[in-house]
Design a protein around this ligand. Structure first.
Ligand SMILES: NC(=O)C1=CN([C@@H]2O[C@H](COP(=O)(O)OP(=O)(O)OC[C@H]3O[C@@H](n4cnc5c(N)ncnc54)[C@H](O)[C@@H]3O)[C@@H](O)[C@H]2O)C=CC1
Ligand SMILES: O=C(CO)COP(=O)(O)O
Length: 329
């Protein structure tokens, strides 16, 4: 297949390598010409991925050149920038191309999931949009460590075609037709990983952390079910799998950012220390709004939002969580 990957950050670059290794021709779109020059000269994208991206991958700053004849159009930019990146792209998509979202966020203001933003801005039908998500820390995949993932699409035949296109001995994709559940699993786990990082930095132990993962999954599933997701999705790779990987890994940017906040940094200080995409910091607001709009209780998400955006001390957030009225599991 011919694939375009828009966004040459950590995951976009690594996914270009996966596509290369699965036998596809790939054009990687980067905003900065320095990134394109580095890839042309060395085959690498230093600062975003270790090692060679692959001989079938070329890079360009011209988005229309990247999109030409692309059967797969893979989107991997920070969630809150997707709408502007897509602005001029719609008319340049091939009529039967598949648009693949790698992003894990919910748009601020609209509370739309990334696949919904794609449909709204480009006009493609929802069954042409696939989502790739799961426990997929990019540095581990770049090192070819065995990883499973999910390709979710309403059109299961299309999901199977994407599955074939990204299947390598180190990257094992499963199909799923629950786009809503898979996307929400990916977005909410970033918020729970912020809480987990805070708890870890405050010296809290394994009971606390297991409680956060379990109750975090419970509130994710509650929101998912309210929005029409299959509850089983949350016990799979896009739910529990990604939640465990992101919460427990020092490679996770959300986990690390949570640690900064747990050590007492302000949001601004943490942002100064972390010059990379931390989706949960913005998505905690949109996910909270989405939950409130559907009458769904998401207490961990509510407290993470208050720590991030209202300056609440994380210790006070923990106390608020623990002293809520008791109830049935
Ligand atoms: N890094 C990882 O391990 C994984 C990341 N993801 C998701 O993939 C998405 C992309 O994340 P990463 O590649 O990790 O982020 P990153 O911070 O490594 O790279 C983001 C890329 O987007 C570009 N960018 C930033 N603002 C832009 C704009 N306004 N217009 C166009 N391009 C812009 C940056 O120059 C950079 O190339 C996120 O939603 C993230 O949650 C999903 C799975 C794994
Ligand atoms: O989504 C990820 C792993 O599946 C990456 O998580 P971070 O964005 O926190 O690094």
């Amino acid at each position: 297949m011919r694939a375009a990957v828009l966004g040459a950050g950590s995951w976009g670059t690594t996914f270009a390598k996966v596509l290369n290794d699965a036998g596809n021709d790939v054009v990687l779109w980067a905003r900065r010409s320095s990134v394109v020059s580095a890839i042309a000269a060395t085959g690498m994208n230093p600062g975003y991925m270790e090692g060679q991206i692959g001989s079938r991958v070329t890079a360009t700053t011209d988005v229309f050149e990247a999109l030409r004849d692309a059967e797969l159009v893979v989107l991997s930019v920070p969630s809150q920038t997707l709408r502007s990146v897509l602005g001029s792209v719609g008319p340049h998509l091939d009529t039967d191309s598949t648009v693949v979202s790698l992003m894990k966020g919910v748009e601020l203001g609209t509370t739309l999931r990334m696949s919904q933003v794609i449909v709204e801005v480009t006009g493609v039908k929802p069954d042409r949009v696939a989502v790739v998500t799961g426990p997929n820390l990019a540095p581990e995949i770049a090192a070819e460590q065995p990883t499973a993932t999910v390709v979710a699409c309403e059109d299961i035949d299309r999901a199977a075609r994407v599955q074939k296109a990204v299947f390598t001995p180190y990257f094992r994709p499963y199909t799923n037709d629950d786009v809503v559940g898979c996307e929400l699993g990916g977005a909410v786990k970033n918020v729970i990983a912020l809480a987990y990082g805070m708890a870890q930095a405050m010296g809290m132990g394994d009971n606390t952390r297991a409680s956060l993962i379990t109750r975090g999954l419970a509130e994710t599933a509650r929101l998912g079910v309210a929005l029409g997701a299959d509850p089983l999705t949350f016990s799979g790779l896009a739910g529990l799998g990604d939640l465990v990987a992101t919460c427990s890994s020092p490679l996770s940017r959300n986990h690390t950012f949570g640690e900064y906040l747990g050590r007492g940094m302000t949001l601004e200080q943490a942002q100064e220390a972390a010059k990379y995409t931390v989706e949960g910091v913005k998505s905690c607001l949109s996910i909270r709004d989405l939950a409130r709009a559907h009458g769904v209780e998401m207490p961990i998400t509510e407290q993470v939002e208050r720590v991030c955006h209202e300056g609440l001390d994380p210790r006070v957030a923990v106390r608020s969580l623990m002293t809520r009225e008791v109830k049935a599991e």
